[in-house]
Design a protein around this ligand. Sequence first.
Ligand code: SF4
Ligand code: F3S
Length: 378
Amino acid sequence: MANVYNWQIGRQMEYPYEGARPKRQFAAVFDLNKCIGCQTCTMACKTTWTVGKGQEYMQWNNVETKPYGGYPMGWDVRILEKLGPQPWEGKKYVGKTIFEAAPRGEKVLGYLKEELDWTHSNAGEDEAAGTLDKGAYFTMPTHDMWFFYLPRICMHCTYPACLASCPRQAIYKREEDGIVLVDQTRCRGYRECVRACPYGKVLFNPVLRISQKCIGCYPAVEQGMQPRCVTTCIGKIRLMGFLSKPDEVKPHVPMDFLVYVKKVALPLYPQVGLEGNIYYIPPVNVPREFLRQMFGTGVDQAVETYLKGKDDPELLGLLHLFGDTKEIVETFTVFPEAREAAGYDKKGREIVRVPFTEPDYLRPFYDDARKVYRHNIS
Ligand code: SF4
Ligand code: F3S
């Protein structure tokens, strides 16, 4: 085992291979306060990548309802139970990661998901936790009765468990963008990767007898475009980009700003130790204890920062760039006076500019030119 640094748990940890951070790391931020659970992302991914034989049950992108949903069934509860207590001391995780807790002779602590686990992708959908007494009303911002949607794709981890566990070394992480792929010609269907991924994001194709997973829409990313699940999201909750190494933070890079500078976007179950690269802005209405076990110790600061976002032009501006262009926003600038935010591509070309407030257009009730009545609806 090598010793590698995992910034999300604030310490060195054991990993089967030497750490080698890629030149650029594929990353995304999902704002959970805005997800409406419409599954447009799920269907966009499904119709693009998983229409083949043996892929019928696959959802490389899925959206589940927390606290009761999960696909595969109970994926998070099961791995957290296996891991045992997960103590933190401040920003440092002092419990074991799934690499450190691996049984003797194995590289990763995991479990093999079975057929039944993949049969109910929408179980628990819209089921709320908590109860409301008669006559009770919602408190703000935390609600006594709550649920939220959790959209998920492969985390394209810095320390992938799938890669670590494959005896064929059939899984690799691309140097140019950190996307994690299964080499379909090397894979022999051992399914150690399915057992190892704590997020349940490697899926076995029973027809081809090999494993498959989210490919980060790399053909689009190579062309400077964001993935399908990002560009089709009607809630505009997603922004994909590249995250710099933790010691090379660039504040004008959207991912760096949200993750390292403002710390408003957090990793999912950082305690498992994979340093996943999909980050979440936690939902402000959900009890903090639940959020802390899910997103780590940064939850309170993230929620406070988000709630104050309306008075923070830079954060507000960047949040407005979510879902407003298909191209990858490499850098951004906010113009507080004009109340506008702009995004730029790799060459510094402006690719998007949005106002903080959408202008209102009031049209005359009767359009003389077309001889029609018009209603102003939004
Ligand atoms: Fe591998 Fe799972 Fe990490 Fe994706 S989320 S890179 S499948 S370990
Ligand atoms: Fe390896 Fe997983 Fe294939 S363990 S051989 S990539 S099924």
